[in-house]
Design a protein around this ligand. Structure first.
Ligand code: COA
Length: 337
């Protein structure tokens, strides 16, 4: 491996969403809600729901195949796979291990990252460290979730928000002189943050070692998502703005230099608040929350792939990726495309 100064490049992206669509009209039949309420409060019109035989590793593998093809490599070229998820197939082994086997990526080490909706950017930053230290050369990072498996379908406060899906990217080590000759999307700067004092405003309380689900408490739905929506909303806007500003500054840029923002797709109002506070026109944000809802760790890589393939992101553009999630966790990354 080259020892000349190198950077982390993004050589391919991909995504996969399950076929089944659950519309707001469908939800009106399940809980006391309306299409009008959901659209006006969140911007969500529909979401995808994975089938019983489609665990998170299936969604992740399909997204990965798409990214591998887009990058023009083979699964054997991968030397590390990181899956960001809070809906793993099993507590252990890691979902990344199932993905490794399904892809036949026999040369890759595989592990999971749990950082909720910030998971993909935490995976990206982790992968970047492996690349920058010369430890790994070609890394598959995936954000994949089957949130429908941990939604309380009787709780209108949360069940309207979430959906299933997966997105992936292939990161590769490249010497800087090579990037100068052949421009390739390059990660310029990343920031991450955590505030563990606020774990209780968004979490799945039960099912883990602190609160196992037993026959006695099974009816309490402790292994489903619980959330203090307003608190989460406020913290999300503040943390995402701050992280964005820090990452932009670290990249040596100003907000005006950012051509496309790929925000975590939780809620259109959160996205608009961030864009407004950054002083950017709202058209700079790529938004697909209407189609998929909040797919947690999958939301940024799905949006990134759609933005790339639809020509929204052009060579040379500065792109800001920014996330927020349970933990609380947050992260922002600036890429020169
Ligand atoms: N349909 C109809 N009414 C609903 C509803 C639904 N699906 N969900 C909640 N309501 C009701 C509430 O029960 C409440 O009724 P009440 O006043 O009679 O008690 C009312 O709507 C207002 O609820 P409130 O929580 O104040 O609404 P809001 O304007 O804050 O919007 C969220 C709720 C969840 C959309 C908003 O807080 C939000 O987006 N939070 C962030 C959530 C998020 O993004 N989480 C993931 C982060 S990674």
């Amino acid at each position: 491996m080259s020892t000349s100064p190198c950077a982390t490049t993004i050589i391919g992206t991909g995504h996969f969403v399950p076929e089944k669509v659950l519309t707001n009209a469908d939800l009106e039949k399940i809980v006391d809600t309306t299409d009008e309420w959901i659209v006006s409060r969140t911007g969500i019109s529909e979401r995808r729901i994975a089938a019983d035989d489609e665990p998170t590793s299936h969604l992740a593998t399909e997204a990965a195949k798409n990214a591998i093809e887009n990058a023009g490599i083979t699964a054997e070229d991968l030397d590390l796979i990181i899956v960001a998820t809070v809906t793993p197939d099993t507590f252990f082994p890691a979902t990344a291990c199932y993905v490794q086997a399904k892809l036949g990526a026999t040369n890759a080490v595989a592990f999971d990252i749990s950082a909720a909706c910030s998971g993909f950017l935490f995976a990206l930053q982790t992968a970047r460290h492996f690349i920058n230290t010369g430890n790994r050369k070609t890394i598959l990072i995936i954000g994949a979730e089957k949130l429908s498996s941990m939604v309380n379908w009787e709780d209108r406060n949360t069940c309207v928000l979430f959906g299933d899906g997966a997105g992936a990217a292939i990161l590769q080590h490249r010497p800087l002189n090579e990037i100068q000759k052949t421009p390739t999307p390059t990660v310029l700067a990343s920031v991450m943050g955590t505030n563990g004092a606020l774990t209780d405003i968004l979490r799945v309380k039960g099912g883990g070692s602190a609160c196992p689900v037993t026959p006695e408490n099974a009816d309490d739905k402790l292994n489903t998502i619980s959330m203090q929506g307003r608190e989460v909303y406020k913290k999300a806007v503040t943390a995402m703005c701050q992280a964005s500003e820090e990452a932009i500054e670290k990249a040596g840029l100003t907000a005006e230099d950012i051509k496309v923002v790929i925000p975590h797709q939780a809620n259109i109002r959160i996205i608009e608040a961030i864009i407004d506070r950054l002083g950017l026109p709202r058209e700079r944000a790529f938004v697909n929350v209407a189609k998929y809802g909040n797919t947690s760790a999958a939301s940024i890589p799905i949006a990134l792939d759609e933005a790339c393939r639809s020509g929204v992101i052009k060579s040379g553009d500065h792109v800001l990726l920014v996330a927020f999630g349970a933990g609380l966790t947050w992260a922002a990354t600036v890429v020169r495309w």
